[in-house]
Design a protein around this ligand. Structure first.
Ligand code: ZN
Length: 423
Protein backbone atom coordinates (compact mmCIF):
# COMPACT_ATOMS: atom_id res chain seq x y z
CA UNK A 1 0.00 0.00 0.00
CA UNK A 2 2.75 2.38 1.03
CA UNK A 3 4.69 1.47 -2.08
CA UNK A 4 1.69 1.98 -4.25
CA UNK A 5 1.05 5.37 -2.71
CA UNK A 6 4.66 6.35 -3.25
CA UNK A 7 4.48 5.18 -6.83
CA UNK A 8 1.34 7.14 -7.50
CA UNK A 9 2.86 10.20 -5.85
CA UNK A 10 5.87 9.89 -8.05
CA UNK A 11 3.68 9.69 -11.08
CA UNK A 12 1.72 12.68 -9.89
CA UNK A 13 4.82 14.73 -9.29
CA UNK A 14 6.84 13.75 -12.31
CA UNK A 15 4.36 13.13 -15.07
CA UNK A 16 3.20 16.70 -15.43
CA UNK A 17 6.77 17.94 -15.06
CA UNK A 18 7.99 15.75 -17.84
CA UNK A 19 5.19 16.84 -20.09
CA UNK A 20 5.45 20.51 -19.25
CA UNK A 21 9.15 20.59 -20.06
CA UNK A 22 9.90 22.40 -23.31
CA UNK A 23 11.13 20.14 -26.10
CA UNK A 24 14.90 19.71 -25.99
CA UNK A 25 16.56 22.20 -28.31
CA UNK A 26 18.66 20.46 -30.95
CA UNK A 27 22.30 21.37 -30.40
CA UNK A 28 24.16 23.69 -32.71
CA UNK A 29 26.68 21.59 -34.63
CA UNK A 30 30.06 23.28 -34.89
CA UNK A 31 32.35 22.50 -37.79
CA UNK A 32 36.08 23.20 -37.32
CA UNK A 33 36.29 25.53 -40.32
CA UNK A 34 39.00 28.18 -40.50
CA UNK A 35 38.44 31.54 -38.80
CA UNK A 36 37.45 34.48 -40.98
CA UNK A 37 40.44 35.50 -43.07
CA UNK A 38 41.83 39.03 -42.67
CA UNK A 39 40.18 39.98 -45.96
CA UNK A 40 36.77 38.61 -44.95
CA UNK A 41 36.80 40.24 -41.49
CA UNK A 42 36.21 43.59 -43.17
CA UNK A 43 33.14 42.40 -45.10
CA UNK A 44 29.50 43.14 -44.33
CA UNK A 45 27.03 40.59 -42.94
CA UNK A 46 23.96 39.03 -44.54
CA UNK A 47 21.08 37.46 -42.62
CA UNK A 48 18.88 35.61 -45.12
CA UNK A 49 15.46 34.76 -43.69
CA UNK A 50 12.95 32.45 -45.36
CA UNK A 51 9.29 32.45 -44.38
CA UNK A 52 8.04 29.26 -46.01
CA UNK A 53 4.83 29.68 -48.03
CA UNK A 54 4.59 33.48 -47.50
CA UNK A 55 2.57 34.62 -50.53
CA UNK A 56 3.61 37.89 -52.22
CA UNK A 57 0.45 39.71 -51.14
CA UNK A 58 0.15 38.44 -47.54
CA UNK A 59 1.91 41.45 -45.99
CA UNK A 60 -0.63 43.88 -47.43
CA UNK A 61 -3.57 41.51 -46.96
CA UNK A 62 -2.83 40.74 -43.32
CA UNK A 63 -1.07 43.90 -42.15
CA UNK A 64 2.50 42.67 -41.68
CA UNK A 65 3.78 45.99 -40.35
CA UNK A 66 7.43 44.94 -39.88
CA UNK A 67 7.76 43.73 -43.44
CA UNK A 68 6.05 46.93 -44.59
CA UNK A 69 8.65 48.88 -42.61
CA UNK A 70 11.41 46.88 -44.33
CA UNK A 71 9.95 47.90 -47.72
CA UNK A 72 10.10 51.54 -46.67
CA UNK A 73 13.65 51.29 -45.32
CA UNK A 74 14.96 49.08 -48.13
CA UNK A 75 14.02 47.27 -51.32
CA UNK A 76 10.93 45.17 -51.99
CA UNK A 77 9.05 43.49 -54.81
CA UNK A 78 5.34 44.22 -54.22
CA UNK A 79 4.40 42.25 -57.34
CA UNK A 80 6.30 39.27 -55.99
CA UNK A 81 9.43 37.24 -56.62
CA UNK A 82 8.97 34.39 -59.08
CA UNK A 83 9.75 30.91 -57.75
CA UNK A 84 11.40 28.31 -59.95
CA UNK A 85 9.26 25.44 -61.22
CA UNK A 86 8.08 23.41 -59.36
CA UNK A 87 7.12 26.03 -56.73
CA UNK A 88 7.81 23.78 -53.74
CA UNK A 89 10.01 24.13 -50.67
CA UNK A 90 13.20 22.12 -51.17
CA UNK A 91 13.77 22.90 -54.85
CA UNK A 92 13.24 26.63 -54.27
CA UNK A 93 15.22 27.02 -51.07
CA UNK A 94 18.11 25.32 -52.80
CA UNK A 95 17.63 27.52 -55.88
CA UNK A 96 17.80 30.63 -53.68
CA UNK A 97 21.22 29.66 -52.29
CA UNK A 98 22.71 28.27 -55.53
CA UNK A 99 21.27 30.48 -58.30
CA UNK A 100 20.43 27.29 -60.21
CA UNK A 101 17.10 26.02 -61.49
CA UNK A 102 16.02 22.71 -59.87
CA UNK A 103 16.88 20.75 -63.04
CA UNK A 104 20.44 22.09 -62.69
CA UNK A 105 20.97 21.76 -58.92
CA UNK A 106 19.41 18.30 -58.78
CA UNK A 107 16.71 18.73 -56.11
CA UNK A 108 13.85 18.55 -58.61
CA UNK A 109 11.02 17.84 -56.13
CA UNK A 110 10.40 17.17 -52.44
CA UNK A 111 10.79 13.47 -53.20
CA UNK A 112 12.08 11.91 -56.40
CA UNK A 113 13.79 8.89 -57.89
CA UNK A 114 17.21 8.87 -59.54
CA UNK A 115 17.18 6.29 -62.36
CA UNK A 116 21.00 6.24 -62.60
CA UNK A 117 21.57 5.70 -58.87
CA UNK A 118 18.45 3.56 -58.59
CA UNK A 119 17.80 5.37 -55.31
CA UNK A 120 15.21 7.76 -53.94
CA UNK A 121 15.68 11.17 -52.31
CA UNK A 122 13.06 12.40 -49.85
CA UNK A 123 12.85 15.66 -47.87
CA UNK A 124 11.73 13.70 -44.81
CA UNK A 125 14.48 11.08 -45.00
CA UNK A 126 17.26 12.33 -42.69
CA UNK A 127 19.80 10.17 -44.51
CA UNK A 128 19.29 11.54 -48.03
CA UNK A 129 18.83 15.10 -46.77
CA UNK A 130 22.30 14.96 -45.16
CA UNK A 131 23.96 13.20 -48.13
CA UNK A 132 25.85 15.80 -50.18
CA UNK A 133 26.06 13.56 -53.24
CA UNK A 134 22.44 14.46 -54.08
CA UNK A 135 23.16 18.19 -54.35
CA UNK A 136 24.87 20.14 -57.11
CA UNK A 137 25.99 23.77 -57.30
CA UNK A 138 27.86 25.72 -54.64
CA UNK A 139 25.47 26.91 -51.92
CA UNK A 140 26.29 30.36 -50.53
CA UNK A 141 27.52 28.95 -47.22
CA UNK A 142 29.99 26.66 -49.02
CA UNK A 143 31.02 29.51 -51.34
CA UNK A 144 31.75 31.67 -48.27
CA UNK A 145 33.65 28.96 -46.36
CA UNK A 146 35.76 28.14 -49.44
CA UNK A 147 36.84 31.79 -49.56
CA UNK A 148 37.68 32.09 -45.87
CA UNK A 149 34.38 33.54 -44.68
CA UNK A 150 32.36 31.82 -41.95
CA UNK A 151 28.69 30.92 -42.43
CA UNK A 152 25.88 29.60 -40.22
CA UNK A 153 22.47 28.05 -40.93
CA UNK A 154 19.50 27.92 -38.60
CA UNK A 155 17.82 25.46 -40.93
CA UNK A 156 17.83 25.54 -44.74
CA UNK A 157 17.38 22.67 -47.18
CA UNK A 158 20.87 21.40 -48.00
CA UNK A 159 22.53 22.88 -44.89
CA UNK A 160 22.90 19.48 -43.18
CA UNK A 161 25.02 18.06 -46.01
CA UNK A 162 28.61 18.57 -47.05
CA UNK A 163 28.33 20.21 -50.46
CA UNK A 164 31.13 21.44 -52.73
CA UNK A 165 33.56 20.21 -50.07
CA UNK A 166 32.23 22.42 -47.26
CA UNK A 167 29.66 22.72 -44.50
CA UNK A 168 28.59 25.88 -42.70
CA UNK A 169 30.66 26.55 -39.53
CA UNK A 170 27.42 26.27 -37.51
CA UNK A 171 24.21 24.40 -38.38
CA UNK A 172 21.42 22.35 -36.80
CA UNK A 173 19.49 19.22 -37.66
CA UNK A 174 16.01 20.20 -38.75
CA UNK A 175 13.42 20.18 -35.97
CA UNK A 176 10.09 21.82 -36.65
CA UNK A 177 9.33 22.18 -32.90
CA UNK A 178 12.11 24.69 -32.11
CA UNK A 179 10.28 27.88 -31.04
CA UNK A 180 10.74 30.81 -33.43
CA UNK A 181 12.03 33.07 -30.60
CA UNK A 182 14.90 30.62 -30.01
CA UNK A 183 15.80 30.70 -33.69
CA UNK A 184 16.01 34.51 -33.66
CA UNK A 185 18.04 34.48 -30.42
CA UNK A 186 20.55 32.00 -31.85
CA UNK A 187 21.13 34.13 -34.94
CA UNK A 188 21.79 37.14 -32.69
CA UNK A 189 24.16 35.02 -30.53
CA UNK A 190 26.14 34.04 -33.62
CA UNK A 191 26.55 37.73 -34.45
CA UNK A 192 27.93 38.36 -30.94
CA UNK A 193 30.79 35.89 -31.40
CA UNK A 194 34.34 37.26 -31.57
CA UNK A 195 34.95 38.74 -35.03
CA UNK A 196 37.19 35.92 -36.23
CA UNK A 197 34.53 33.28 -35.40
CA UNK A 198 31.47 35.37 -36.32
CA UNK A 199 29.57 34.14 -39.41
CA UNK A 200 29.09 36.74 -42.17
CA UNK A 201 26.38 34.77 -43.95
CA UNK A 202 23.52 33.38 -41.85
CA UNK A 203 20.27 31.65 -42.85
CA UNK A 204 17.12 31.53 -40.73
CA UNK A 205 13.93 29.61 -41.48
CA UNK A 206 10.30 29.88 -40.31
CA UNK A 207 7.75 27.19 -41.24
CA UNK A 208 4.52 28.30 -39.58
CA UNK A 209 2.97 30.33 -42.41
CA UNK A 210 3.28 27.37 -44.79
CA UNK A 211 1.76 24.97 -42.23
CA UNK A 212 -1.26 27.25 -41.64
CA UNK A 213 -1.70 27.91 -45.37
CA UNK A 214 -1.84 24.18 -46.12
CA UNK A 215 -4.12 23.23 -43.27
CA UNK A 216 -6.58 26.14 -43.32
CA UNK A 217 -6.10 27.75 -46.74
CA UNK A 218 -4.55 31.11 -47.68
CA UNK A 219 -7.69 33.08 -46.78
CA UNK A 220 -8.15 31.64 -43.26
CA UNK A 221 -7.93 33.50 -39.95
CA UNK A 222 -5.29 30.96 -38.84
CA UNK A 223 -3.10 31.92 -41.78
CA UNK A 224 -3.52 35.59 -40.95
CA UNK A 225 -2.46 34.79 -37.36
CA UNK A 226 0.62 32.88 -38.57
CA UNK A 227 1.57 35.81 -40.83
CA UNK A 228 1.21 38.25 -37.92
CA UNK A 229 3.23 35.97 -35.64
CA UNK A 230 6.17 35.57 -38.03
CA UNK A 231 6.02 39.28 -38.89
CA UNK A 232 6.45 39.86 -35.14
CA UNK A 233 9.59 37.68 -35.23
CA UNK A 234 10.90 39.84 -38.08
CA UNK A 235 10.25 42.89 -35.89
CA UNK A 236 12.17 41.33 -32.99
CA UNK A 237 15.02 40.35 -35.29
CA UNK A 238 15.22 43.86 -36.80
CA UNK A 239 15.47 45.56 -33.43
CA UNK A 240 18.01 43.04 -32.07
CA UNK A 241 20.16 43.36 -35.20
CA UNK A 242 20.08 47.15 -34.94
CA UNK A 243 21.45 46.98 -31.39
CA UNK A 244 24.52 45.04 -32.57
CA UNK A 245 25.81 48.07 -34.55
CA UNK A 246 27.22 45.82 -37.25
CA UNK A 247 26.92 46.39 -41.02
CA UNK A 248 24.17 43.78 -41.54
CA UNK A 249 21.97 43.45 -44.60
CA UNK A 250 18.73 41.70 -43.72
CA UNK A 251 17.04 39.87 -46.60
CA UNK A 252 13.63 38.26 -46.15
CA UNK A 253 12.31 35.92 -48.83
CA UNK A 254 9.89 33.07 -49.26
CA UNK A 255 10.13 29.97 -51.39
CA UNK A 256 6.64 30.12 -52.91
CA UNK A 257 3.11 31.35 -52.27
CA UNK A 258 -0.14 29.46 -51.63
CA UNK A 259 -3.40 28.93 -53.56
CA UNK A 260 -6.80 27.63 -52.55
CA UNK A 261 -7.04 23.98 -53.59
CA UNK A 262 -9.72 23.08 -56.13
CA UNK A 263 -11.41 19.69 -56.29
CA UNK A 264 -10.42 16.26 -55.04
CA UNK A 265 -7.34 14.17 -55.76
CA UNK A 266 -6.59 13.50 -59.39
CA UNK A 267 -5.09 10.02 -59.52
CA UNK A 268 -3.23 9.42 -62.79
CA UNK A 269 -3.47 5.64 -62.50
CA UNK A 270 -7.08 5.82 -63.71
CA UNK A 271 -5.68 6.70 -67.16
CA UNK A 272 -2.61 4.49 -67.48
CA UNK A 273 -0.91 1.45 -66.00
CA UNK A 274 1.93 2.33 -63.62
CA UNK A 275 2.38 -1.10 -62.08
CA UNK A 276 5.96 -2.11 -61.40
CA UNK A 277 7.15 1.44 -62.15
CA UNK A 278 9.00 3.86 -59.86
CA UNK A 279 6.83 6.91 -59.11
CA UNK A 280 7.05 9.84 -56.67
CA UNK A 281 4.01 12.11 -56.24
CA UNK A 282 3.12 12.93 -59.83
CA UNK A 283 6.59 12.01 -61.18
CA UNK A 284 6.96 8.78 -63.17
CA UNK A 285 9.97 6.78 -64.25
CA UNK A 286 9.21 4.21 -66.97
CA UNK A 287 12.29 2.12 -67.74
CA UNK A 288 12.17 2.31 -71.53
CA UNK A 289 11.44 4.80 -74.30
CA UNK A 290 8.59 2.58 -75.42
CA UNK A 291 6.98 2.63 -71.97
CA UNK A 292 7.42 6.42 -71.74
CA UNK A 293 5.79 6.92 -75.15
CA UNK A 294 2.90 4.69 -74.13
CA UNK A 295 2.29 6.66 -70.90
CA UNK A 296 2.45 9.91 -72.83
CA UNK A 297 -0.14 8.71 -75.35
CA UNK A 298 -2.54 7.63 -72.58
CA UNK A 299 -2.14 10.77 -70.45
CA UNK A 300 -2.43 13.10 -73.45
CA UNK A 301 -6.08 12.20 -73.96
CA UNK A 302 -6.91 12.37 -70.25
CA UNK A 303 -9.02 15.19 -68.75
CA UNK A 304 -8.15 18.88 -68.60
CA UNK A 305 -6.56 19.35 -65.16
CA UNK A 306 -3.05 18.98 -66.53
CA UNK A 307 -0.89 19.06 -69.61
CA UNK A 308 1.53 16.22 -70.25
CA UNK A 309 4.90 16.69 -71.97
CA UNK A 310 7.73 14.42 -72.97
CA UNK A 311 10.66 15.58 -70.88
CA UNK A 312 12.65 16.78 -73.88
CA UNK A 313 9.67 18.84 -75.08
CA UNK A 314 8.99 20.77 -71.87
CA UNK A 315 8.12 24.46 -72.33
CA UNK A 316 11.47 26.30 -72.17
CA UNK A 317 10.22 28.87 -69.63
CA UNK A 318 9.79 26.16 -66.98
CA UNK A 319 13.51 25.30 -67.12
CA UNK A 320 12.52 21.79 -66.09
CA UNK A 321 14.26 19.46 -68.47
CA UNK A 322 17.49 17.54 -69.07
CA UNK A 323 17.54 15.81 -65.68
CA UNK A 324 16.45 12.13 -65.46
CA UNK A 325 15.31 12.71 -61.84
CA UNK A 326 12.32 14.63 -63.31
CA UNK A 327 11.06 11.46 -64.97
CA UNK A 328 9.35 11.20 -68.36
CA UNK A 329 6.66 12.10 -69.34
CA UNK A 330 6.00 15.11 -67.08
CA UNK A 331 2.55 16.15 -65.92
CA UNK A 332 2.07 19.90 -65.33
CA UNK A 333 -1.13 20.99 -63.53
CA UNK A 334 -3.13 23.75 -65.25
CA UNK A 335 -4.57 25.05 -61.96
CA UNK A 336 -4.33 24.53 -58.19
CA UNK A 337 -5.12 20.84 -58.38
CA UNK A 338 -3.76 17.96 -56.31
CA UNK A 339 -2.34 15.44 -58.78
CA UNK A 340 -0.53 12.19 -58.00
CA UNK A 341 0.09 8.90 -59.73
CA UNK A 342 -1.87 7.01 -57.11
CA UNK A 343 -3.11 7.25 -53.52
CA UNK A 344 -1.49 5.41 -50.61
CA UNK A 345 -1.56 1.60 -50.84
CA UNK A 346 -3.30 1.54 -47.48
CA UNK A 347 -6.67 3.29 -48.12
CA UNK A 348 -7.03 4.11 -44.39
CA UNK A 349 -4.00 6.41 -44.81
CA UNK A 350 -5.80 8.34 -47.52
CA UNK A 351 -6.80 11.92 -46.69
CA UNK A 352 -8.39 14.82 -48.54
CA UNK A 353 -6.08 17.25 -50.35
CA UNK A 354 -4.78 20.21 -48.32
CA UNK A 355 -6.93 23.37 -48.30
CA UNK A 356 -3.92 25.35 -49.48
CA UNK A 357 -1.54 24.11 -52.17
CA UNK A 358 1.51 25.15 -54.18
CA UNK A 359 3.89 23.69 -56.74
CA UNK A 360 2.41 25.32 -59.84
CA UNK A 361 3.80 27.46 -62.64
CA UNK A 362 3.63 31.06 -61.30
CA UNK A 363 2.68 32.36 -64.76
CA UNK A 364 -0.44 30.14 -64.66
CA UNK A 365 -1.20 30.35 -60.92
CA UNK A 366 -0.03 33.84 -59.80
CA UNK A 367 -0.67 32.98 -56.13
CA UNK A 368 2.62 31.03 -56.34
CA UNK A 369 4.61 34.28 -56.27
CA UNK A 370 6.92 34.70 -53.27
CA UNK A 371 8.27 37.69 -51.31
CA UNK A 372 11.51 39.66 -51.37
CA UNK A 373 12.51 42.34 -48.88
CA UNK A 374 16.01 43.66 -48.19
CA UNK A 375 17.40 46.42 -46.01
CA UNK A 376 20.79 47.42 -44.69
CA UNK A 377 23.95 49.37 -45.50
CA UNK A 378 24.14 48.00 -49.08
CA UNK A 379 20.47 48.43 -49.99
CA UNK A 380 18.76 51.40 -51.54
CA UNK A 381 15.99 52.87 -49.43
CA UNK A 382 12.49 52.61 -50.87
CA UNK A 383 13.56 50.74 -54.01
CA UNK A 384 10.56 49.05 -55.66
CA UNK A 385 11.48 46.07 -57.84
CA UNK A 386 9.48 44.53 -60.66
CA UNK A 387 8.80 40.79 -60.33
CA UNK A 388 12.02 38.84 -60.91
CA UNK A 389 13.10 35.19 -60.88
CA UNK A 390 14.54 33.93 -57.59
CA UNK A 391 17.72 32.64 -59.31
CA UNK A 392 18.80 36.31 -59.15
CA UNK A 393 19.19 36.22 -55.35
CA UNK A 394 22.46 34.25 -55.42
CA UNK A 395 24.60 36.69 -57.45
CA UNK A 396 23.04 39.56 -55.45
CA UNK A 397 24.07 38.11 -52.09
CA UNK A 398 27.51 37.07 -53.39
CA UNK A 399 28.06 40.66 -54.51
CA UNK A 400 27.09 42.11 -51.12
CA UNK A 401 29.48 39.68 -49.41
CA UNK A 402 32.23 40.34 -51.95
CA UNK A 403 32.51 36.65 -52.85
CA UNK A 404 33.67 35.37 -56.24
CA UNK A 405 30.61 33.51 -57.49
CA UNK A 406 30.52 30.87 -60.23
CA UNK A 407 28.32 31.40 -63.28
CA UNK A 408 24.75 30.32 -62.50
CA UNK A 409 21.26 30.67 -63.97
CA UNK A 410 20.93 33.99 -62.10
CA UNK A 411 21.90 37.31 -63.60
CA UNK A 412 23.52 39.87 -61.28
CA UNK A 413 21.91 42.76 -63.19
CA UNK A 414 18.40 41.74 -62.04
CA UNK A 415 18.87 42.97 -58.47
CA UNK A 416 21.49 45.62 -59.27
CA UNK A 417 18.88 48.45 -58.85
CA UNK A 418 18.48 47.41 -55.18
CA UNK A 419 22.18 47.91 -54.44
CA UNK A 420 23.80 51.14 -53.39
CA UNK A 421 26.51 51.89 -55.95
CA UNK A 422 30.23 51.45 -55.19
CA UNK A 423 30.03 47.69 -55.48
ZN1 ZN B 1 4.35 23.86 -48.36
Amino acid sequence: MRRLLLASLLIFVFWPLVHAAPPAKPPVIEVPNADNSAEQLAKHYVVLVSIDGFRYDYAKLYGASHLDAMAKDGASAPGGMLPAFPSVTFPNHYTLVTGLYPAHHGIVAMSFYDPARKERYAFNDAKTVADGSWYRGVPLWSLAEKQGMRAACFFWPGSEAEIAGKRPSYYLKYDDTVPDDDRVDQVVEWLKLPAEKRPHFITLYFGEVDHAGHEYGPDAAETRAAVRHVDGEIGTLRSKLRKLHLPIDLVVVSDHGMAKEQGDWMDLDQYADFSGMQTAGALMYPDSEEAAAKLYAKLRIANGKFTVYRQNRMPAELNYTGEPRIGDPVVVATGPYSIRVHGPDDPTKSHAPNKGVHGYDPSVVPEMRAIFYAEGPDIRKGEVLKPFENVGVYPFLAEILGLDAPATDGNASVLEPALIAAH
